[in-house]
Write a protein that binds this ligand. Structure first.
Ligand SMILES: [Zn+2]
Length: 414
């Protein structure tokens, strides 16, 4: 990952802390913890519309025997041997799947359950902040046990949940069903977006877990596993940058509305307090010196703030927008609905800009092609997976009826 601009922007925004580079462990600062929490809350809220969702966290030390019953083959984990014979061997939390399933059983909860605690895995080569790390945080993992046969419908529901969640972060996605991970899942959906340069990248994985896992976990029905990480925030930061720095989508921004006003500007405090449900920050300027106003506005922009209202000493108001950046006069004291509409417009513009990159980088680059089942099975084309929901298309190889596929000469991407 040579694009380090997003990392710089996250540092400047106070989302993450400097240092630790190369260790594969990112330290988060207060505002960043809030951004990560809002990322998880947005997802859980979307899941909640579809199923009664529970949340939990698991201990960092997990029994090695319980872990290896489910994941016997992984060498990329950290083990902690027992110091006394009466003690078990431990694994430093490397997965939440078995812990979530155990939680559902213990609480007689049908699921889904969501855990967000970080996962620790060996990192080969050099990582990149939030994209590839040793300590993966936040690691959002949802598990849902369902009666046998109900898994495919649930997978379709989670496809929509993920698409809506990522769109709220200004990240349009495609869902691709792949057979490349069949040892893990009978069905595997990859939620694919793109890097700033248009290259595809995987944002989330959804599995209908394969039989060996279900057996090891004692699940007789279907088992869904959905996972994504802080990479989502890195990708959002990569796309939503401007000259002011990080421009976070309003669902994630620590401050949604900045207000710059001279001291004692009549009515401003009451107005800002009346914007219920919006995250506002009022900055009182010592005087009307332009440099002071610019400096205060730059600080708000750097922190990811989408919208800034400026109140002038003569009572005129100005509105600073982003994506694209611009200033203009605005009517004083807009109500909460008007401010929300401004934020929605900003989110829409960000999403559209990213959608153009996705179209250009994936569809425009010829990565979506019609392929028939026969040619896909015979690997006559470098098929990565089928687009979901399925879209009928003629096979580019033999002209038989087929479906749209994501093809990638580069092979698998992450
Ligand atoms: Zn064909």
């Amino acid at each position: 990952m040579r694009d380090t601009l997003y990392h710089r922007a996250l540092l400047d925004a106070g989302i993450i802390a400097p240092g630790g580079s190369g260790s594969g462990i990112t330290s988060w600062r207060g505002p960043g913890l809030g951004v990560a929490r809002r990322m998880v809350d947005t997802f859980v809220e979307q899941v909640g519309r579809f199923a009664p969702v529970a949340r939990t966290e698991h201990p960092f030390l997990n029994r090695r025997d319980a872990y290896e019953r489910v994941f016997p083959q992984y060498a990329n984990i950290y083990r902690l041997p027992a110091t006394r014979r009466s003690q078990p061997d431990w694994v430093l939390r490397a997965d939440n799947l078995h812990l979530n399933v155990e939680w559902l059983r213990r609480h007689r909860h049908p699921g889904p359950v969501v855990a967000t605690g970080g996962l620790l895995r060996h990192l080969r080569g050099s990582g990149s902040p939030l994209f590839r790390e040793r300590y993966i945080w936040p690691a959002v993992q949802l598990n849902h046990v369902l009666p046998a046969g109900e898994g495919p419908a649930a997978l379709e529901g989670y496809r929509q949940v993920l698409e809506r969640t990522f769109e709220a972060f200004g990240l349009p996605v495609l869902t691709v069903e792949t057979d490349a991970l069949s040892s893990y899942g009978d069905v595997c959906h990859l939620t694919v977006s793109c890097l700033r340069d248009g290259r595809p990248t995987v944002l989330a994985t959804t599995y209908l877990m394969a039989a060996p896992y279900r057996r090891a976990l004692g699940v007789t029905g279907d088992l869904v596993d959905v996972g994504f990480t802080g990479k989502v925030l890195a990708l959002a930061s990569m796309h939503h940058l401007d000259r002011g720095g990080l421009g976070l989508p309003s669902a994630l921004a620590p401050v949604q509305v900045g207000v710059l006003a001279p001291p004692g500007a009549p009515g401003v405090d009451d107005w800002a307090r009346g914007l219920t449900g919006l995250r506002t920050r009022r900055v009182v300027l010592a005087d009307d010196a332009p440099f002071r106003r610019h400096r205060a506005e730059r600080a708000l922009l750097r922190a990811g703030t989408p919208l800034t209202y400026g109140v002038r000493p003569d009572g005129r108001w100005r509105l600073g927008r982003r994506a694209p950046a611009g200033h203009g006069p605005t009517a004083p004291f807009p109500d909460a609905a008007r401010v929300r509409a401004e934020l929605a417009g900003y989110d829409r513009r960000q999403l559209e800009a990213t959608r153009r990159r996705l179209r250009h980088g994936i569809e425009g680059a010829g990565l979506i092609q019609g392929v028939c089942d026969g040619c896909a099975a015979a690997r006559r084309l470098p098929v990565f997976g089928r687009i979901v929901p399925h879209r009928p298309a003629r096979c580019v190889h033999c002209a038989a009826p087929g479906r749209d596929h994501l093809v990638s000469e580069q092979g698998r991407f992450y």
